[in-house]
Ligand binder design. Structure first.
Ligand code: FES
Length: 110
């Protein structure tokens, strides 16, 4: 596993999705009101809605297309719907630098 520097916490508006591309992978990253940052694949398991455009409430995001509720902590779609999205571990350093922990070799951030 290796860390990829994504940016500084100040670049993550609270409860607004930020799109981060790493190679072929597109992520939706969210700074929650508790100061933590969560990262999920930017693809709803229902019909591929862009989760980065969803509304965040507590630690959930509501897909902008059909309002599925997805837990940003574990990626699980909440009942009555079903499914999950990939989640990625994020670390925020003492200085506010945000790192994504990846277990593959993709490193190019855009
Ligand atoms: S595409 Fe996300 S709820 Fe339908």
């Amino acid at each position: 596993m290796h860390e990829i520097h994504i940016g500084h916490l100040s670049e993550f508006p609270e409860r607004r999705g930020k799109v981060v591309r790493i190679g072929e992978l597109e992520l939706a990253m969210f700074r929650l009101s508790d100061g933590t940052v969560k990262a999920v694949e930017n693809l709803c398991p229902h019909k591929s809605g862009k989760l980065s455009e969803g509304i965040v409430c507590d630690h959930h995001v509501y897909c902008p297309l059909h309002d599925w509720k997805i837990d940003l902590q574990d990626g699980m779609v909440q009942a009555p719907d079903d499914g999950c999205v990939r989640t990625f571990e994020v670390e925020v350093g003492d200085s506010g630098q945000v790192f994504l922990k990846m277990n593959n070799t993709a490193t190019k951030v855009s």
